[in-house]
Write a protein that binds this ligand. Structure first.
Ligand SMILES: [Zn+2]
Ligand SMILES: [Zn+2]
Length: 348
C-alpha cells in the first residue's frame, strides 16, 4: 500500500469502517496518535495531537496524504466530528487550529468539558493547587518556581474552544460510536468503541503504565478511580478485535495489559509504603522511585508519587507525623508521612 506518510497505518472494523492511525510528534521525542475514522456518513477525528511546534502541519499533511489516495472525502473541511478520548494537551491541543480549518462538531465527556472550553479558568485553578501540592511535597521555593514555569510553558499555546456536545448528554453515543466512562487518568476519560474496535486513549497503553496524579489536584482522578476504571474497561477490550491506544502501536493483549498495569501499581504502592519507615515527604519518595528524571518528568514523578501516597494515606496505611505543625501554620508546609498499619493489598 502506497502512502506518502510511512507512519500511517490502516485498519478496518468488522463492518468495513476504515481507520487511519496518524502518529504526530506532540512534543520533542514524544508521539501521539490521531485517528481518522471513515464510517459513512461519519468522518471523525479521534483526538487532535498537541498543536505544539509543527504538530498541526504534520496532522494536516497526514490527512492530505490520505486525501490523495482516498479522494474527496478525506479533507479537514469534510470532517463531521472530532471526538476526544480525554482532555490532556497532547490529545486536544490541536483544537484551536482544527476549529478554524473545519466545521466538525466537537464532543468530549462532561467531566473534561470545562478543561477544553474554559481552559484559562482550569489553568489558574490547577496552577494554584499544584503550588500547594509541591509545597506540601517538600519542594523548595526555587525548584517550585521552575516546575510551575515548565507546567505553564506548553499550555499557554492553547486557548479555549467551544464544545458542541458532551457524551453524557448524548447517552454516550454518536451514531455507531459508543463511549465508556473510565475516570482516573483524567476525570472525563472515555473509551470509544466502533464495531469490534476500541480506542483506549491513555487509559490503557501497550508499553507503560499511564500517568497518575493525586485526586487533590482534580476531582475524579487519582489512583483508586483509575484502578476501578481498569476493571470497567476489561469487558470492552476483551471482546474487541482491535485495540488502538493514544500512543504507540495497537495493543494485542489488552486484558493482560490491564493485569500488568495493576501489578505495577500495587508493586509501586508497596515500594512507597516501604519508603515511609521514617517520616518522609512526597519529594523524597519520588526521588527514590524515579532517581534519574529531569525537566517535565520531575513534575510527573512528583504527581505519580503523590497519587500513591494519597491512596495509602486515605486508607490509613500512612499517617501524617507533623499534623500539629501543618495545621497551625499560616501557609502550606512540607507534610511528613509514616507507616501506620501494614500494607498487604494485592491486585484482585
Ligand atoms: Zn493523557
Ligand atoms: Zn497522552
Amino acid at each position: 500500500m502506497d502512502m506518502s506518510n510511512p507512519f500511517i497505518s490502516r485498519f478496518e472494523t468488522g463492518s468495513g469502517a476504515e481507520i487511519f492511525q496518524i502518529p504526530v510528534q506532540a512534543f520533542p521525542g514524544f508521539w501521539v496518535n490521531v485517528y481518522l475514522v471513515l464510517a459513512d456518513p461519519y468522518i471523525v477525528l479521534i483526538d487532535t495531537a498537541s498543536g505544539f511546534g509543527d504538530a498541526n502541519d504534520k496532522l494536516s499533511a497526514g490527512i492530505t496524504s490520505l486525501h490523495s489516495r482516498r479522494g474527496e472525502t478525506v479533507r479537514l473541511e469534510n470532517l463531521t466530528h472530532i471526538l476526544l478520548t480525554h482532555a490532556h494537551i497532547d490529545h486536544f491541543g490541536g483544537l484551536p487550529f482544527l476549529s478554524e480549518s473545519s466545521n466538525a462538531q466537537l464532543g468530549v465527556h462532561d467531566l473534561d468539558w470545562r478543561i477544553v472550553s474554559n481552559y484559562e479558568e482550569t489553568l489558574s485553578l490547577i496552577s494554584r493547587r499544584l503550588e500547594v501540592f509541591f509545597t506540601e511535597a517538600g519542594v523548595s521555593a526555587e525548584r517550585r518556581a521552575k516546575l510551575m514555569e515548565l507546567y505553564r510553558i506548553n499550555k499557554n499555546l492553547y486557548h479555549s474552544v467551544e464544545v458542541n456536545f458532551t457524551y453524557q448528554t448524548e447517552n454516550m453515543r454518536l451514531g455507531p460510536f459508543e463511549m465508556l466512562h473510565v475516570p482516573g487518568h483524567t476525570a472525563g476519560h472515555v473509551l470509544i468503541r466502533l464495531d469490534d474496535c476500541v480506542f483506549t486513549g491513555d487509559h490503557i497503553l501497550g508499553d507503560i503504565s499511564p500517568h497518575q496524579a493525586p485526586e487533590q489536584l482534580t476531582l475524579s482522578t487519582g489512583l483508586a478511580h483509575y484502578l476501578e476504571s481498569l476493571e470497567i474497561a476489561r469487558e470492552w477490550v476483551e471482546s474487541a478485535r482491535l485495540v488502538l491506544p493514544g500512543h504507540k502501536k495497537e495493543i494485542t493483549n489488552a486484558s493482560s495489559r490491564i493485569d500488568l498495569i495493576k501489578e505495577v501499581h500495587f508493586q509501586r504502592l508497596a515500594q512507597v509504603f516501604a519508603c515511609c519507615g521514617q517520616p518522609t515527604t512526597i519529594q523524597q519518595v519520588s526521588r527514590q522511585l524515579f532517581a534519574n528524571v529531569s525537566g517535565y518528568n520531575v513534575l510527573l514523578a512528583l504527581e505519580e508519587a503523590g497519587a500513591h501516597i494519597e491512596y495509602l494515606h486515605q486508607r490509613g496505611y500512612l499517617r501524617i507525623t507533623n499534623v500539629d505543625e501543618v495545621e497551625s501554620a499560616e501557609c502550606p508546609l512540607p507534610v511528613l508521612y509514616q507507616q501506620a498499619r501494614n500494607f498487604t493489598e494485592q491486585p484482585n
